[in-house]
Design a protein around this ligand. Sequence first.
Ligand code: GN1
Ligand code: MG
Length: 354
Amino acid sequence: MNTETIISIFNEFDHQFNYKSHSELNSGHINDTFLIKTDGGINYILQRINQIVFKDVPGLVNNKVLTSNHIRSKYPKASNEALNNTVLSFVKAKNSTLYYYNKGINFWNVMIFIDDSVTHEIVNNKEIAYEGGKLLGDFLNLTADFDSSQLIDVIPNFHNMSFRYKQYASSIQSALKSRLTKAAKYIQIVADLKEEMHILQNLKDAGKIPIRVTHNDTKISNSLFTQDNKGICMIDTDTVMPGIIHYDFGDAIRTICNTAAEDETDLSKVAFNLEYYKAYEKGFLEKTKDTLTEIELKYLPLAAKTMIFIMALRFLTDYLNNDIYYKTTYAEHNLDRAKNQFKLIESFSEKLKF
Ligand code: GN1
Ligand code: MG
């Protein structure tokens, strides 16, 4: 995207300071995200929201803003400046909506960048795992009294195992022979794990697990930390929706406890780090142990395994569908991501018995 376009879109928003420079943040697989540096005291995040994946972008933005406002209201005495450094803050477009629809083609939104913050793609410090657990616990606590019926289902069936399995089964029907051959080993693993991986979904469908406001994309790179490893807040609230806490716990564990990045191709580097699991769980339970029900607590380890499986399955499905969903940078990127996640499940099962 050229600089002129970025500047002109940024200028559709009611920002306080002028554009100085920008850089693209490449961690996401769906949206395009830019850090805009300004000539003043506030920098911004400009984001193009993918409307193929997100069918109701105004609804999505409304979810994010409502959630943020609810969290902000929990700190009535804090100054705006302090809140802007600890809670996501959205900037209005000049037409007064919280997004800008560029010539009917692209949706954009702007947030205040939390300065001096860092994100981690891989965790190499137990403290970060522990702090990450506290952040998710805080997020669930702060949104616990929010009426989740005000939120739209941004992506229906997002973490629905039965739905993901159906998508996978239909991808097998239409996949190229060459891709099926390369995926054969993993197709067998999916068959072996299928039943166990439906346990949580069945409990949810039977109404046995409470529905709460959940984040739904808790990979560790979606948490902000200070330079000295203290948690600031969770970011990327695109997928905030009603759901069960297990997928949030599991998705964080999936990324925190992987000793390598999600697309590392040298599988000897991919292993499950049990020490980080314990640290994350400790931070998480410190915040939530009084609010979670017995069934929620009981299924946390299975949730971790299930969430790794769901991501493995989604990457494999996209590979079999010729890479139509996730951004990829080379031909077998999705297959490599899937292999990585299956290796993580194997290591998880060796290290964590439950
Ligand atoms: C996608 O684009 P990003 O990083 O926010 C995906 C998540 C996956 C993640 C895997 C809407 O998130 O579900 O866990 O990639 N988001 C969507 O890295 O599909
Ligand atoms: Mg996301």
